[in-house]
Design a protein around this ligand. Structure first.
Ligand SMILES: NC(=O)c1ccc[n+]([C@@H]2O[C@H](COP(=O)([O-])OP(=O)(O)OC[C@H]3O[C@@H](n4cnc5c(N)ncnc54)[C@H](OP(=O)(O)O)[C@@H]3O)[C@@H](O)[C@H]2O)c1
Length: 220
């Protein structure tokens, strides 16, 4: 059985994914920008350094993974944006958010595609947001919304190109993490257990889908 690899696994949804996968007896590789500070993750996973916005770091991570089979790749690492309205958008801020939330998952997936092909599930989960839905757009959050809309399109492109791998864009719900805040309705445990249940039902026919944490479809 191959490993489950989770980016941004030192806290939040990524850490809970690592915990629940390890509890199921899965071998987990979790990435963190600073592995030496990822004490909780160290308890349940092998930790590899990764900054998804840094190409050299992505290459270094892939070298460390080596030829290990990856059953499931969770592109989970992400940031919120500081661009609530047009007047405050800057090139620097928009570029930062897109580099981490959209381009990072592309670089990581490209670097690990061979490993995913060796896995049994051959599943890549891009942790997106319903804020990336153009159909449901209510405005605001320019950088974050655009970064997740771009991630959704990258997911669709990958699914069209590589039919032997299942690519899913999945919204985890509004979750109580540093990003989601205390007012979020979902506990991180609930979000992750629901996502994992929904992902058990996913196969190649679903590749290129934009799914909610409960497995229902979100309009593009
Ligand atoms: N929470 C929600 O309500 C919610 C809703 C929809 C979608 N999401 C998505 O779910 C995913 C996880 O969110 P979360 O709520 O768990 O957020 P979080 O608690 O803020 O954790 C974010 C994780 O991403 C990592 N990260 C940030 N920038 C990175 C970079 N350049 N390279 C590698 N790792 C990086 C962080 O590492 P550091 O500790 O080093 O910063 C951390 O491990 C994100 O993609 C987010 O957009 C969350």
């Amino acid at each position: 059985m191959g490993v489950v690899l989770i980016t941004g696994a030192n806290r939040g949804i990524g850490l809970e994914l690592a915990r629940q996968m390890a509890a199921r007896g899965r071998k987990v590789i979790g990435t963190a920008r600073r592995p030496e500070e990822a004490a909780e993750l160290q308890k349940v996973a092998k930790v590899i350094a990764l900054d998804v916005a840094d190409e050299a770091s992505v290459e270094g991570m892939a070298r460390e993974v080596g030829d290990e089979a990856v059953d499931v790749l969770f592109n989970n690492a992400g940031v919120s944006s500081k661009s609530p309205k047009l007047e405050v958008c800057t090139k620097e801020e928009l570029t930062r958010v897109l580099a981490i939330n959209s381009i990072g998952p592309v670089l990581v997936t490209k670097a690990l595609l061979g490993n995913v092909r060796k896995g049994e599930r051959k599943l890549v989960v891009n942790v997106t947001s319903q804020l990336g839905s153009i159909a449901r757009n209510e405005g605001g959050s320019y950088g974050y919304r655009a970064s997740k809309a771009a991630l959704n399109m990258f997911t669709s492109c990958m699914a069209k190109e590589h039919k032997d791998v299942t690519f899913i864009a999945m919204h985890p719900g509004w979750v109580q993490t540093d990003m989601g805040g205390k007012n979020a309705p979902l506990k991180v445990e609930e979000s992750v257990s629901s996502m994992l249940l929904a992902l058990e039902r996913v196969g190649t026919a679903d590749s290129g889908s934009f799914l909610n944490f409960d497995g229902t479809t979100i309009p593009w």
